[in-house]
Design a protein around this ligand. Structure first.
Ligand code: FPP
Length: 254
């Protein structure tokens, strides 16, 4: 890709955490008269390229929305095909993740996964657990509403047990009970394929994220598209509810 485009990136203002809704695999395939699974297979190539790109650019966390809780309702053939694809990809990619010092993480209701996918995933998590570079977080059988209900349930159980006082529950407490408790919030959320929705993805964690939407279908998404999203992010004015003047004063103190 054009090195001058990468050269425009301000390394001091890299997003630490990028989250991506990888949308458009099905439409990409259907536009070519192919089965939807053909699009998912091609989507894996984009995953490889973007994971590698993020590692090279020094992004610390990359969350990919690979399969939502609602995706279980898709036709059985597509669900089974996707599960096989996850198992196969994870098995093949572990040595490459290790070579690139990438640690695999996962968020979601893993109890719903078929046994072999569950096993493969746990082995991959273990085998990459010592890596200290990019954290690649797969959101698998994930939805924000599932995550929030799960967190509230566990908070209630701990209050019932007496290990937590209801009066002490604050934002930090809730964050500790979320699936993302070990990760900072994403600063940039990218959604491909022209839909302007969050689709039950990291609803709490995206509170102050910059949202970037592109018409590019996920199987066509390449490193230059990632760089364009990062450059767009770097051109934004992030105020976190404060005024421009306050932000300028805070930046001058750094
Ligand atoms: C959304 O496109 C995409 C998915 C539901 C699956 C994404 C999975 C991959 C890209 C494979 C990744 C593999 C690993 C191991 C991370 P869609 O089917 O909703 O597209 P559509 O909106 O055009 O129908």
């Amino acid at each position: 890709m054009q090195e001058d485009l990468i050269g425009k990136i301000n390394k001091a203002r890299m997003p630490r955490h990028i989250a991506i809704i990888m949308d458009g695999n099905g439409r990409w395939a259907e536009e070519q008269g192919q089965d939807r699974l053909y699009g998912h297979y091609h989507g894996v190539e984009s995953v490889r390229i973007i994971v590698e790109g993020c590692a090279e650019l020094g992004v610390e966390y990359l969350t990919l929305y690979a399969f939502s809780t609602e995706n279980w309702d898709r036709p059985q053939k597509e669900v089974e095909g996707l599960m096989l694809l996850f198992v196969d990809t994870i098995r093949k990619e572990v040595p490459i993740l290790n070579k690139n010092n990438i640690r695999l993480r996962v968020i979601g209701d893993l109890s719903l996964l078929p046994k072999d996918a569950h096993k493969e995933l746990h082995e991959a998590l273990e085998m990459t657990s010592q890596n200290t570079g990019l954290n690649l977080i797969l959101a698998l059988s994930y939805s924000s509403r599932w995550e929030l209900v799960n967190a509230v349930k566990h908070i209630a159980l701990d209050v019932e047990k007496g290990t937590l006082q209801a009066a002490n529950v604050n934002q930090q407490t809730l964050e500790q009970y979320l699936a993302t408790s070990e990760f900072p919030d994403p600063e940039l959320m990218i959604r491909t394929s022209g839909e302007y929705r969050i689709s039950n993805f990291l609803l709490y964690q995206l509170a102050y994220a910059e949202l970037y939407f592109t018409n590019t279908r996920w199987p066509d998404f390449r490193k230059e598209n990632l760089v364009e999203a990062i450059l767009d992010f770097q051109g934004r004015n992030r105020r976190f509810g404060k005024t421009d003047k306050q932000i300028e004063e805070e930046t001058a103190l750094l």
